[in-house]
Design a protein around this ligand. Sequence first.
Ligand code: CA
Length: 265
Amino acid sequence: MVFRPFRPSEIFRIQFREFLRYPCRVFEILIIEDEPAIADTLVYALETERFRVRHALTGRDGMAMLAENPPDCVILDIGLPDGSGFDFCREIRFASSVPILFLTARDSEIDRVLGLEIGGDDYVTKPFSPREVVARVRAILRRAGNHDDAPESAAPAGAGAALHHDAAAMRISCNGTPLDLTAHEYKLLLVLLCSPGRVFTRDQLLEQAWEDPGAVTDRTVDAHIKSIRAKLRAIDPVAADFIRTRRGLGYLLSASLKSGEGGDA
Ligand code: CA
């Protein structure tokens, strides 16, 4: 699952589709947040929107509530008294693919990359508007619904198996050889690597891999992809085809490419 913030226009479209898709269903949300004032605001906002809400003040209590009765979505604070929300996210991911929305006081790039890597679905930065959180929860639920429709692959295949990400070293290897990537190339490839088979538009890639996406153009993405492909090709001629082009749409990392199979780009 990818950790990509939604744009306001996107949230509105998703909210509407969500309403059409689930006009009657009541979704259950588990909030794990140690600040009662923030939690109360969220409980009120979500219940007003017909969600069923449970709330835990600590990570441990949250884990117990999650195990007892799995919710449809978890809202997870990063700064909890008994541990980091990232650690609890990892714990949840061992057993569950429940959508997770992070609440964070830190909007730094490392948090975004880390959240993406450990399996968060989206995040909001404090202070936030309760309406925004509700909209993001709806968007996540809708996206999770899409995931249910798609066949889950148990093990990484093709490019996913040949490329390996070392989060601590912030390095990606191809067939065991570390790639010498620039910071933007690394972030771009990481976005693709975290969701093999998913097509990302150039705008989406710019948003995720550049701190100031407005300062660069779509062509910047193309140039970086070209450079990443060249670096992959230098290690393994087949690996350059891991990144596929969808003409008029964007790029994806092939989820099914086998060694010796050609690419389309
Ligand atoms: Ca906190």
